[in-house]
Design a protein around this ligand. Structure first.
Ligand code: FMN
Length: 201
């Protein structure tokens, strides 16, 4: 039987797409790859920067990843097709606002995942002491200096060194994005509030 990339991989657990001409999965059905990634839950952040006129720009990101402690590095990936890409390609700094669970921040995440020309006019942002523009009430804020930009397929990886971190005393739970929807972590609090956790003894 001949394996067809992207088709047999779906129907046969453990099957792999045939390598493309570059040795990778170039023949893979993109929807299949996307489908696999939607099953991987992630936190949600809004990444912001300023253009040379001082105007803020930003996008919703789930590709945020802690990279190194010494020096303190993180990475976030941005599609080169994004309208804000040319600004991030030049700006020496960016800020990451980690979003909370709940309607307010998931609405913000949707707004910043959209194509409105003025995403900031709906409010929800505050200036920082270091010149950044970040989400009001963010669970955490990390302001970074760009250390490297690495081309990766149709994205660029922005490597940022954390220069300032703001951790509001009021804790809370992060927004979670999985299966193309926003949710939240549900841990011990759910048990305390009586949320069913499955069959008990
Ligand atoms: C939950 C979520 C996470 C996302 N994560 C990323 C990401 O990490 N990188 C990215 O380039 N786009 C990501 N996107 C899509 C961008 O937010 C979206 O394309 C945005 O419109 C880009 O802004 P712009 O094109 O208006 O500048 C994500 C969208 C959602 C809903």
């Amino acid at each position: 039987m001949t394996a067809r990339p992207g088709v047999d991989a779906r129907s046969a657990p453990g099957a792999r797409a045939a390598p493309g001409p570059d040795g990778g999965g170039a023949g893979l059905d993109p929807a299949l790859f996307r489908g696999a990634m939607t099953r991987f839950p992630s936190g949600v952040a809004i990444v912001t920067t300023h253009d040379r006129h001082g105007r803020p720009h930003g996008f919703t990101a789930s590709s945020l990843c802690s990279l190194s402690l010494d020096p303190p590095l993180l990475l976030v990936c941005l599609a080169t097709s994004a309208r804000c890409y040319p600004v991030f390609a030049r700006s020496p700094r960016f800020a990451v606002s980690v979003l909370r669970e709940g309607h307010e921040h998931s609405e913000l995440a949707r707004r910043f995942a959209g194509k409105s020309p003025d995403k900031f006019s709906g409010g929800g942002f505050v200036p920082t002491a270091h010149g950044g523009t970040v989400v009001a009430g963010a669970l955490a804020v990390v302001e970074c200096a760009v250390r490297r930009r690495v081309d990766a397929g149709d994205h660029v990886i922005l490597l940022g060194e954390a220069e300032h971190v703001t951790l509001p005393e009021r804790g809370g739970r992060p927004a979670v994005y999985v299966d193309r929807g926003f949710g939240s972590l549900c841990g011990a609090d759910c048990a305390r509030s009586g949320t069913p956790r499955g069959p008990g003894p």
